[in-house]
Ligand binder design. Sequence first.
Ligand code: ADP
Ligand code: MG
Length: 308
Amino acid sequence: MEDLGKTMQQLMSQQHLNDNYRQLMAKVYDDPLVRQFYEAHQAELADDVLTRSAAKLYEFVSEREKLAKGGATFATGYEPQLVVSNHLIDVAYVPTAETQEKQAEQRLRQRVKSIAMPKSIREATLKAFDQDSDRAEALMAALDFIDAYEASPKRRHQALYLSGSFGVGKTYLLAAVANQLAADGFSTTLVHFPSFAVEMKNAIAQNGVAEKLDALKKAKVLMIDDIGADAMSAWVRDDVLGVILEYRMQEELPTFFSSNFSMAQLENEHLRISTRGDDEPLKAQRLMQRIRFLAREVTMVGVNRRPQ
Ligand code: ADP
Ligand code: MG
């Protein structure tokens, strides 16, 4: 193997090179990463690579210098890397560690699709939830679900119906489960149901009902937050909620719920009575059968954790 230092000396002593260029390239050929790369790949490289790839080596060293100074580089978020290309040296731009981290974070975020949910759900973690023993049963049930689902995502898994008063952390727990599933590579859709119902009504005019409905019907894991918080029209109950749940039951897709009502209350005080005031116990019963098939009720107790 030819000695790099000697080759360089020869290169640099060539008469036709002017001083400026010589100084510039002396620094480039002296760069530890350039030397390392050259030594590691010499066998694959053309004999005259140092002259023919001089511009690329210069680009590599100067872009790295800019990066080290915190300046803007040729491609923001990317850093130069030396590669062998056709027996010569070329520069490839690869995402920096920071960029890779951001990209991973983005992919993670994309796994939690939320419809009309507060932004703060991003921060929810099971770890933080752990600190509270009041709601241990709900937490254990959530952890059991995650274990079972992740072990065999194609099988049927009964999810949870979290009931409990305002502010006990039902939404927080759902979000923490969704974030954990995302970290493990699984997608979840979280929907604030009362807001979704309004969106659906508006979608009628724009012919967008089927599409919006489909997104929830087919979500890998669906979490219906705050069911029962607003009075439901017969249309929302039967043609929106009913249709979503029927599909998910048939396809055995995991579906969570959270509500200020217990299951019994939801059936008797909420689903039975349509906004028109009709009492429809059979329709309520049918809907509850689907909910019970999909989820098991866990009551959460504890203090209201909302900032007062
Ligand atoms: P619910 O949906 O039952 O009405 P939330 O999930 O909205 O209650 O929780 C109420 C508030 O308390 C929210 O601001 C939430 O972020 C916070 N919170 C709930 N549980 C926890 C927890 N374990 N750790 C930290 N904050 C929590
Ligand atoms: Mg809530």
